[in-house]
Structures are given as structure tokens and as C-alpha cells.
Write a protein that binds this ligand. Structure first.
Ligand code: BJW
Length: 233
């Protein structure tokens, strides 16, 4: 059996990293069109760098929570009985990895990496970024950007994601509003393949009707309870 888990900002909310579209979410304070598009970066790179520098600093002081740890435990538990977890996250944080998950697909990129638009190199990055910072690989300045996927850009690893969705027996969306495509379309794709679908969220999301089952509550409680249920079967 393969379980496809898609996580969103809600899984990291209790680690102190903001969600996007909740009442006090990031997009209520910051305009995504001015900070999370390639056009914004071309027009105002200093503002975009400042936004991601702030979030990188927050991430470096955050810790994984019980939901991240439960998903790492699920990966091991499934492997022990010959089953498999495909963990796909929209989050750019590294909290799944720090909780012990071995294989994580970051479809919207990773905040602790930088990419050089001049030479194409991607590299680990923990410091602040700025237009004056030279690329360690090609030495040119001005080309480094956060290795994240902005609106209008192609999400990463879509071929592997499509294959995993086709092969999965269960699709579970955790802590995502289901408002950003293509991730928001995974549930209907799973249904088209005849795969059972679950949602775990603080409250029913806008597309809750598309899921066969839902479990509602904070991820730090609802995810460990669901993992226990799966590993007991
Ligand atoms: C809790 C909780 C707790 C709270 N416990 N739960 C139709 C088809 C295809 C594309 C489009 C389309 N229509 C429009 C598009 C274009 C666009 C798009 O979707 N726009 C919409 C806004 C309409 N999509 C794109 O541009 C994407 N690229 C693309 O489509 O390329 C073409 C393509 C098409 C088809 C196949 C392949 C390619 C790129 C999207 C990039 C998104 N980037 C961001 C920023 C990344 C960097 C960064 O972090 O700054 O990604 S935007 C932001 O939203 C971020 C997130 O990953 C993403 C999703 O947000 P998420 O995780 O769902 O967070 P929230 O805040 O929305 O929800 C939180 C949830 O948690 C809520 O439900 C709460 O209830 C819950 N929660 N606390 C449990 N304690």
C-alpha cells in the first residue's frame, strides 16, 4: 500500500510559522503579488529578499511539532510492513526533515536553499540574501534568489508527483486550504484514479466536499491520532 500525503502551512502552524490565508496569515499582512512572483523579484528584489530573509530567520528558530514527528514515524512504520509513504509538501520549511522524514518532495521549493539565476546552481543557504551577495559558484552578484516556487512558476518534481498519485491507495491532505494549483487539484485527480481521499485540517477546507473522510482539529493532535489509526490496521 502507498499513502500519498500532501502537507500545507497548517502542519507547521503550531511550530510558529504563519499560514498564508488564515485571518492573521502572511497574505493578510503582505501582498503576494508584490513578494511571491518573478515579476516582483525583477522589479523590487530588495523587498522580496527582506520578506524571505525574515521568514528564513523565523524558520531557523522554529522546531518541528508532533504532526511532523508523527509523519516521520508513519514513514518508518509503513516501511516495516512493506508499505510506502510518499510525502509531498507545499511548505518551504525543513521541519519534516528535522522531525526525521527521509524522503520529502518540496513542490514549492526550499527556503534554506538559494538558486543562482545566472549560472543555475542551487546551494544550501542559511544567511540573509541580498542583491549584493555574489554567487559562490559563478561569483556574479544580483542573480541569487530563494529556491522557492512563486506564482506563475512551475512547481518542482511534478513527474514524480503524478506517478505517485497514480500509484497511491490513499490520498491525505493535511493543513492546506486547497486554494493553490496544481496542489489543489490533487484530490480530484486522486478521485479520478479511484483512490480514497482524506482531509485533516483545523476545520473543513473550501473543497472538503471532495474528500471521502475528514478529521478536524489542530494538526499536532489530529495527525498523531490518524497515524496511530493507520499503523494499527
Ligand atoms: C491548520 C492549522 C493547524 C491552520 N492544524 N490545520 C488552475 C490550474 C493551475 C494553475 C492555476 C490555476 N488557477 C490559477 C493558477 C495559478 C496559480 C494558482 O493556483 N493561483 C491560485 C491563487 C488561484 N498557481 C501557480 O502559479 C503555480 N504554478 C503553476 O500553476 O504552474 C503551471 C502548472 C500547471 C499545472 C501543472 C503544473 C504547472 C505555482 C504556485 C506557487 C505557490 N507559491 C506559494 C509561495 C511559495 C513560497 C513561499 O512560501 O513564500 O506557496 S503561495 C503559498 O500558498 C505557498 C503555499 O505553499 C501555498 C499553499 O498554501 P497552503 O499551504 O494551503 O496554506 P493556506 O494558508 O492557504 O492554508 C492553511 C490551512 O491550514 C488552512 O486550511 C487552515 O485551516 C489550516 N490550518 N492552522 C491544522 N494548527
Amino acid at each position: 500500500m502507498t499513502i500519498f500525503v500532501l502537507t500545507g502551512a497548517g502542519v507547521s502552524a503550531e511550530s510558529g510559522l504563519g499560514t498564508f490565508r488564515d485571518k492573521d496569515g502572511l497574505w493578510s499582512r503582505f501582498d503576494p503579488m508584490k513578494l511571491a512572483t518573478p515579476e516582483a523579484f525583477a522589479h523590487s528584489p530588495d523587498e522580496v529578499h527582506a520578506f524571505y530573509n525574515m521568514r528564513r530567520q523565523n524558520l531557523l528558530s522554529a522546531e518541528p511539532n508532533a504532526a511532523h514527528r508523527a509523519l516521520a514515524h508513519l514513514e518508518v512504520g509503513l516501511a516495516e510492513r512493506g508499505d510506502r509513504l510518499f510525502l509531498c509538501t507545499q511548505n518551504i520549511d525543513d521541519l519534516h526533515e528535522r522531525a526525521g522524514s527521509q524522503r520529502v518532495v518540496h513542490m514549492h521549493g526550499e527556503l534554506l536553499k538559494a538558486r543562482c539565476t545566472a549560472c543555475g546552481e542551487t546551494m544550501p543557504w542559511r544567511q540573509d540574501l541580498g542583491v549584493e551577495v555574489p554567487c559562490p559558484s559563478c561569483r556574479r552578484s544580483g542573480g541569487l534568489r530563494p529556491h522557492v516556487v512563486w506564482f506563475g512558476e512551475m512547481p518542482l518534481e511534478m513527474d514524480a508527483i503524478d506517478d505517485a498519485l497514480r500509484e497511491a491507495d490513499l490520498f491525505v491532505a493535511i493543513g492546506t486550504s486547497g486554494s493553490v494549483y496544481p496542489a489543489a487539484g490533487f484530490v480530484s485527480e486522486a478521485r479520478r484514479h479511484g483512490i480514497r481521499t482524506w482531509e485533516i485540517n483545523l476545520e473543513p477546507s473550501d473543497n472538503a466536499r471532495q474528500f471521502d473522510e475528514g478529521r478536524y482539529g489542530p494538526a499536532s493532535e489530529a495527525v498523531p491520532a490518524w497515524v496511530e489509526h493507520i499503523l494499527m490496521r
